[in-house]
Design a protein around this ligand. Structure first.
Ligand SMILES: CC(=O)N[C@H]1[C@@H](OP(=O)(O)OP(=O)(O)OC[C@H]2O[C@@H](n3ccc(=O)[nH]c3=O)[C@H](O)[C@@H]2O)O[C@H](CO)[C@@H](O)[C@@H]1O[C@H](C)C(=O)N[C@@H](C)C(=O)N[C@H](CCC(=O)O)C(=O)O
Ligand SMILES: Nc1ncnc2c1ncn2[C@@H]1O[C@H](COP(=O)(O)OP(=O)(O)OP(=O)(O)O)[C@@H](O)[C@H]1O
Length: 481
């Protein structure tokens, strides 16, 4: 429940209030005792007690026709009969109003937020496992892959970082469920679109940076992408950053006096020994640790999660127990075919993650390597060239180009674009399940491997703006083992 009076105060304090318009009259103060028992940004989900937020590029005036909500809040006066609260920035307003509506759940949770181009989800699962070992399973999780508001049941997430109304509702639900900690991913888009406006996290983590998410609906330039991500520094009480990342100097300057821990080559916290599933740390955390995911980059993710959770009170024992248990859906999932060949299902869907994935698998398999890969449509267009270059630079790969969320584009055209950067022969099979079947039938010994990259645990293919059911990479692979 929130009153209109409280809302006006919140907006005025944030310099975000224009006026209230009722029947064409403008009000700077409006003292009628209006209360809202629900918040919504979807006109189809409103009732007589809902405050409706009119926002977004695709918002249309007709969504207000017949709306039962008593007020709408917007940057634009749509000149309709429904009273309006006009603001400078609707997304900032959404976040602040939601915080008050849900009684500031962020103050009732210890929060850990992760950003970076790659490894957010993996590190988030690692951090949850460590915190669970410390607090007895009371860690909520908001990740790209899945969300858990009770620490033990999971559902598929819509976005990496939810819209503020959803985020605050979920944080509130986590508190109601007795959670003491929240681990969440904060995307660059979250800062760009003010989904986390006004929130300060107990610990923030910056894992790495590489060019990605640049395109018409994401960021115009890498400068914008990096700037948005760096906002996490200014909204964290403690910061963990990778000293080996691109533009680390900027991060270091921006952190200034904020309490922090750095990890990697140019810092005190390092991986000093690294085997397949075992590594040794030196620095603020010392000792030997096991994880279930191969690849040095996953050990770096583990180190970041360890430093971040240590700042929240986790002991070395909690860290060791948590890391040894953590599994991450669709990240480096390993299946073994009847003939012994290994099938890796991994969410790698940009250049840097594909490069890492291929390097790791190459290091462990001397035989035949088959890669199955596609690239998304209407999003991350630059990945096509990056993928082509990775494949070109790894001549051992036999590649089958396929569909991956082609959306409104033709998957074959996307595949052709990837192939245009490769000088040797590649195969094409736009039916992803069939591509997986073909790849598995092409490997025959334990020295061989199939890499299925891009979709991880996704059970859908994005087609013409809609999610169409898809069997899932792991399930498809299991069918043909
Ligand atoms: C730029 C951005 O923040 N986009 C998100 C945002 O869209 P928007 O605010 O522009 O809204 P819109 O899609 O134009 O729709 C207009 C509004 O009309 C409403 N509506 C619609 C129909 C109707 O009858 N009545 C009505 O009221 C809708 O509920 C919506 O509020 O709000 C929508 C939900 O309301 C999201 O689905 C959408 O995510 C877009 C599609 C998306 O996929 N974004 C990606 C790029 C993203 O954010 N990715 C990052 C991950 C990046 C990373 O991995 O680093 C993420 O955090 O997920
Ligand atoms: N630290 C890392 N550096 C480079 N690549 C990584 C790293 N961690 C994971 N990866 C690769 O990136 C893929 C995606 O990992 P993960 O889902 O943890 O990252 P993410 O940041 O959440 O990605 P996205 O933003 O695309 O959802 C993994 O499947 C793996 O191949």
């Amino acid at each position: 429940m929130i009153t209109l009076k409280e809302i006006i105060k919140l907006l005025k304090d944030d310099n975000n209030f224009h006026e209230i318009i009722v029947d064409g009259d403008y009000f700077w103060d409006f003292d009628k005792s209006v209360k809202f028992s629900a918040l919504s940004y979807d006109s189809r989900k409103t009732d007589k007690e809902t405050l409706f937020f009119a926002k977004g590029l695709n918002f249309k005036k007709e969504f207000l026709t017949g709306l039962s909500a008593p007020f709408y809040l917007s940057e634009l006066d749509y000149e309709v009969e429904i009273p309006a609260i006009i603001v400078s920035d609707v997304k900032k307003a959404m976040s602040l109003i939601a915080q008050a509506f849900y009684d500031y759940p962020q103050n009732k949770l210890k929060t850990l937020a992760l950003t970076g181009t790659k490894g957010k989800t993996t590190s988030a699962y690692f951090a949850k496992a460590i915190l669970d070992a410390m607090n007895g399973g009371k860690t909520a999780l908001l990740s790209t892959a899945q969300t858990s508001l009770d620490g033990k049941t999971f559902f598929k997430s819509e976005l990496t970082t939810p819209e503020s109304l959803d985020l605050l509702r979920m944080m509130h639900e986590a508190v109601e469920n007795g959670m003491t900690h929240l681990v969440m991913e904060v995307s660059s888009q979250a800062y760009k679109t003010e989904r986390v406006y006004g929130l300060t996290f107990d610990v923030g983590v910056f894992l790495n940076l590489s060019p990605d998410h640049i395109g018409p609906i994401e960021h115009p330039t890498i400068e914008d992408y990096f700037y948005c991500k760096r906002q996490l520094i200014h909204h964290s009480r403690y910061f963990v950053a990778n000293s080996e990342m691109l533009h680390f100097n900027t991060i270091q300057q921006e952190i200034g006096d904020l309490p922090h821990a750095f990890y990697g080559k140019f810092s005190d916290n390092q991986i000093i020994k690294s085997d397949k599933l075992h590594f040794e740390l030196e620095g603020a955390i010392t000792g030997e640790f096991d994880i279930r995911l191969i690849g040095r980059f996953n050990q770096e993710n583990a180190l970041a999660a360890a430093l971040a959770t240590k700042a929240l009170g986790a002991s070395v024992d909690n860290i060791r127990t948590g890391l040894a248990k953590a599994i991450v859906p669709g990240r480096m999932e390993l299946l073994t075919a009847k003939n012994g060949a290994h099938i890796y299902v991994d969410y790698a869907h940009n250049g840097i993650s594909l490069e890492n994935l291929v390097e790791v698998v190459e290091a462990h398999h001397t035989g035949k390597l088959v890669l199955i890969l596609g690239a998304t449509g209407n999003k991350g267009e630059s990945r096509r060239k990056d993928f082509g270059n990775v494949i070109e630079n790894h001549p051992r790969l036999d590649t089958i180009l396929t569909t991956d969320d082609s959306n409104r584009e033709d998957p074959q055209k996307i595949a052709n674009e990837i192939a245009s950067y490769i000088t040797r022969k590649v195969d094409f099979e736009m039916n992803r399940e069939y591509a997986i079947k073909t790849a598995i039938s092409n490997v025959s010994t334990a020295d061989d491997a199939v890499i299925i990259a891009g979709k991880g645990t996704d059970k859908f293919q994005l087609k013409d703006g809609k999610r169409e059911p898809y069997i899932g990479d792991t399930e498809a692979a299991e069918k043909y083992l």
